[in-house]
Design a binder for this molecule. Structure first.
Ligand code: NAD
Length: 499
């Protein structure tokens, strides 16, 4: 079986590093193939290609860069089933969810199609007599992206479409757990007319990442993954003079007020907690019930809904609600959190351990799990589990709910369910979180807004895609100009300290 390599300079390139990782099908536990863990030199070769391509790509007009994006969008749509199947067979999420991920990625491509409008800069006529001033948004140079396993298409597509459309070239380092989709996207970009070397994919681990963080040719680094690595990426790349946006982990709370619509709450929570087997940075993992009555009803409703859930292989035509976890190792980690929750005294209402899917006995399945009476200080509350485990926390008041959220180390997403506009407004104003839903359980911003959390869910000042994405991948140049006619006419413009 051949080893999945890299995409450098417009073509597939085998790796000679001699190091590999294995990619599995999580639904069956079978090995799919090995993927290269590229060497530092191979990573440098990708950077060199990107550096060379920058000279001409940065001169391509924004309109023509946008035309490549339009064509790329068409090609991704044409190959959507094939791409979604790749995602499902390596990540495990169900096919419809994989297609949903592609759609969210494509929305960023659509945003990038508007690049001529987004980088048109600012102009001031007559800042002095016959003197004009204008700002232009210049590309940065070679940018790097490092992505997590849980959105193998969408997260890279949060990064490279905007970067490339802004005139940069790019080196992408995907997750070694599900690396095929970014490689396929690289082929489609080439087919869309992107010149060789503008988009490169290097498969690898810390060895490649460290080159991207330290090589002086890299100007900006975008990262999405767990908080400890995000912090490392931010501190290392910043210390090497790079612009960095590093998005980290999450523990998203959903507050349920006594006046919330119970039907809406339970259906929203089921998707938000168990969709994609909880492997979403915007998944709701904590339901904060204000009052015991709200909690008792919610637990009962969830028990009924969970009993009706279909769990199975993501490609199963029976359309399961939830697939397996990404690797055996990750499934074991989630199971150990469930054991921990029991030993810490939380009430295990629905137990997802020892969960077997008939016909897929070797798949990495953990069943939907529900805990009640979870409290701060328990590891299942304090830490990110990243699996199908929902914790119910009972509080007595709205104020207590907000305090819980604001005291937590993460601040990625949160939601409140209520019919009271005043409470919702107070919540959105007070809560220390980057993305907030009002009766919306997973408030992922659209591509033309920016995506990012607060606190230890994001390191760096700028969020991803939308207006912040354009700011991140460009730097401003401001020109102040007068022309000989103005000089002859005695143009007036002087710094305040000069005559
Ligand atoms: P991860 O941090 O293990 O890996 C992310 C990337 O970093 C991968 O490409 C990996 O190869 C690389 N990496 C891992 N260890 C490294 C090291 N020591 N040095 C350098 N690079 C290293 O994350 P994951 O398990 O792939 O993804 C899940 C995590 O991502 C969760 O914590 C989730 O919350 C987070 N996530 C966050 C967001 C967000 O928007 N905030 C979105 C998606 C996922």
């Amino acid at each position: 079986m051949s080893v999945l390599g890299n995409f450098i300079g417009g073509k597939q390139v085998a790796s000679n590093s001699g190091r590999t990782a294995t990619v599995f099908n999580p639904a069956t536990g079978e090995k799919r193939f090995d993927v290269a863990l590229s060497s530092a030199d191979e990573t440098r070769a990708a950077i060199a290609n990107a550096q060379e391509a920058f000279a001409s790509w940065s001169k391509v007009t924004p309109l023509n860069r946008a035309r490549v994006m339009f064509k790329f969008k068409e090609l991704v749509e044409k190959h959507a089933d094939e791409l979604a199947e790749l995602i499902t067979s390596e990540h495990g999420k169900v096919f419809s969810d994989a297609k949903g991920e592609l759609t969210r990625g494509l929305e960023v491509v659509e945003f990038a199609c508007g690049i001529p409008h987004l980088v048109k800069g600012e102009h001031s006529l007559n800042v002095g007599r016959d003197v004009d001033s204008y700002s232009q948004m210049m590309p940065m140079g070679v940018c790097a992206g490092i992505s997590p396993f849980n959105f193998p298409a969408m997260v890279p597509m949060w990064m490279f479409p905007v970067a490339i459309a802004c005139g940069n070239t790019f080196v992408m380092k995907p997750s070694e757990k599900d690396p095929s989709t970014p490689l396929r996207l690289a082929e489609l970009l080439k087919e869309a007319g992107l010149p060789d070397g503008v988009f490169n994919v290097v498969n690898g681990d810390k060895e490649s990442v460290d080159v991207l963080l330290t090589d002086e040719r890299i100007q900006a680094v975008s990262f999405v993954g767990s908080t400890p690595i995000a912090e490392y990426i931010y501190s290392t790349a910043s210390a090497h003079g790079k612009r960095v946006q590093a998005l980290g982990g999450a523990k998203n709370h959903m507050v349920i007020m006594p006046d919330a619509d119970p039907g809406q709450v339970v259906s929203s929570l089921m998707g938000a907690a168990y969709g994609s087997a909880g492997e979403r940075c915007m998944a709701i993992s904590v339901a904060v019930c204000v009052g015991d009555e709200v909690a008792d009803k919610l637990i009962n409703d969830l028990k009924t809904e969970i009993a009706g859930m279909k769990v199975g292989a993501g490609m199963n035509p029976d359309e399961p609600h939830m697939g397996p976890l990404v690797t055996r190792e990750h499934a074991d980690k989630v199971l150990s959190y469930i054991n921990q929750g029991v030993s810490e005294g939380a009430t295990l209402v629905v137990d997802g351990r020892d969960f077997v899917v008939t016909g897929n006995e070797n798949g990495y399945f953990v069943g939907p799990t529900l805990f009640d009476h979870v409290k701060p200080g328990m590891r299942i509350y304090d830490e990110e589990i990243f699996g199908p485990v929902l914790s119910v926390v009972r509080v007595e008041s709205y104020e207590e709910a907000v305090q819980l959220i604001n005291d937590h180390e993460y601040g990625n997403g949160t939601a409140i369910f209520t019919r009271d506009g005043d409470t919702a407004r107070q919540f959105t104003e007070t809560v220390q979180v980057g993305m907030i839903g009002v009766n919306v359980p997973i408030p992922v911003p659209m591509a033309f807004h920016s995506f990012g959390g607060w606190k230890r869910s994001l390191f760096g000042p700028l969020h991803m895609h939308g207006p912040d994405g354009v700011r991140f991948y460009t730097r401003m140049k401001t020109i102040t100009a007068r022309w000989p006619t103005g000089l002859r006419a005695g143009a007036e413009f002087s710094m305040p300290t000069m005559k």
